[in-house]
Design a protein around this ligand. Structure first.
Ligand SMILES: [Zn+2]
Length: 407
């Protein structure tokens, strides 16, 4: 064996297990596995989870908050500030910031990401090409899916339609879209489906990012997904407007999402920062209705979106902290709710991203994180140190924490 992890906690209340890894795969799981290994990790009852899955992040515009502040904190100013900064981005600059961000994710136990790489006729493919380079460079640390993302719209920014096809030809893994920032929104959605079908790729929309439900196109996407036979291949990020829909109207939408097997990515770090900015009192939380979606059978995920820019002026690349943000704000702290949060950054986004051999099972690729906690239920609220990160059967990160109390 290459690595033998001894006495790990895989499930709450179950016996501790040894996990043996060979040639990048999980070779055995059992009690007191008797095998020689090049490296032995004594878990001592600590929780072992599959690597965290970052389902929605923008690497190309991370770490720019100090360059030009968003004073109002609104989405409108965030878009304006970022549009001013974009012409100053060189490829070297994007590579430098994106690499630092990827490394923040890696040390925090993330083994897979889906990143939106944007382009438009005025900026060209500088950022997109930088991200495609990093996908290759970091492949032994993190698997990256790159979304061809038309941030400025497709029809609103003439020339972008052609660029969408060029990005797919250049190897993009997912077709992106942003119906709320384009007109006509339905034609934008139709075009994204057309491109996705042509290249046989999944779809990921930035969707209904507003405090109010007017102009939502989510119902159209549900219909379109089923009509095109795209069930299980569509993800939607933000979807905050759904939080403003009363229960009676919300129920059929949730049924539609579940039927179309659409995954929802809540982005609490951004949505809490930007939502409810026009509310002077009883300020809305501006999140998608996570509990109702989960209870309605929708594949519910939590992701980061942005780190330290005009949309989200904070963040450390730690998905556990991001999930923690959703616990009080989406009422996920109850005894029955808490165990449902960890899957929102592990198994659920793995399903959304179509990762085939995910999870701690014999024969699966060994992508694992050993957490400094002995409770699976509390794996988020303990904000545990990531003691070891294992990617493709190799230890990529080891973190040691020494706390000394002087009495
Ligand atoms: Zn986004």
């Amino acid at each position: 064996m290459d690595i033998l992890i001894k006495k790990a906690r895989l499930e709450e209340g179950a016996e501790l297990q040894d996990v043996a890894i060979k040639d990048g795969k999980i070779a055995a799981i059992g009690h007191a596995i008797d095998a020689d290994a090049k490296q032995v990790i004594e878990a001592n009852g600590k929780v072992l989870v599959p690597g965290f899955i970052e389902g929605h992040i923008h690497l190309d515009k991370a770490l720019i908050a100090d360059r030009l502040p968003n004073k109002s904190g609104t989405l409108k100013e965030a878009i304006e500030v970022t549009a001013k900064l974009k012409p100053t981005f060189t490829k070297e600059d994007i590579l430098d910031r994106a690499q630092r961000t990827i490394e923040m994710l890696i040390v925090n136990g993330t083994t897979h990401i889906r990143t939106h790489a944007e382009f438009d006729p005025s900026q060209g493919f500088t950022g997109f090409e930088a991200i495609m380079e990093l996908k290759e460079k970091y492949k032994s640390f993190i698997d990256m899916q790159v979304v061809a993302f038309p941030q400025e719209g497709i029809f609103k920014a003439p020339g972008t339609e052609e660029m969408m096809f060029q990005a797919m030809e250049a190897g993009a893994d997912v077709v992106g879209g942003i119906p709320y920032n384009d007109s006509p929104a339905k034609e934008h959605i139709d075009l994204v489906f057309e491109i996705a079908k042509k290249y046989g790729k999944p779809i990921d929309f930035h969707q209904d990012f507003k405090d109010d439900p007017e102009g939502m196109t989510i119902e159209y996407i549900c219909e379109k997904t089923i009509a095109e036979g795209y069930e299980g291949q569509v993800s939607l990020g933000h979807v905050t407007a759904l939080g403003a829909v009363p229960k009676k109207q919300l129920e059929p939408i949730i049924e539609g999402l579940a039927k179309a097997q659409i995954s929802i990515m809540s982005l609490p770090a951004t949505d809490l920062h930007m939502g409810g900015r026009n509310d002077e009192y009883n300020v809305r939380r501006g999140l998608t209705p996570i509990r109702a979606l989960r209870d309605g059978g929708v594949n519910m995920c939590i992701a980061t979106n942005n780190i330290r820019n005009a949309f989200t002026p904070y963040g450390t690349g730690d998905l556990v902290q991001t999930a923690m943000l959703a616990i009080p704000t989406a009422h996920l702290g109850g005894a029955a709710d808490l165990p449902t949060v960890l899957p929102m950054i592990t198994t659920n986004p793995a399903k959304a991203l179509g990762i085939k051999d995910y999870g701690i099972e014999v024969g699966h690729t060994a992508n694992l994180v050993l957490l400094d906690t002995e409770s699976v239920t509390n794996a988020i609220i303990d904000l545990p140190t990531r003691l070891f990160v294992i990617k493709n059967g190799r230890v990529t990160v080891k973190t040691e924490k020494i706390v000394t109390v002087y009495r």
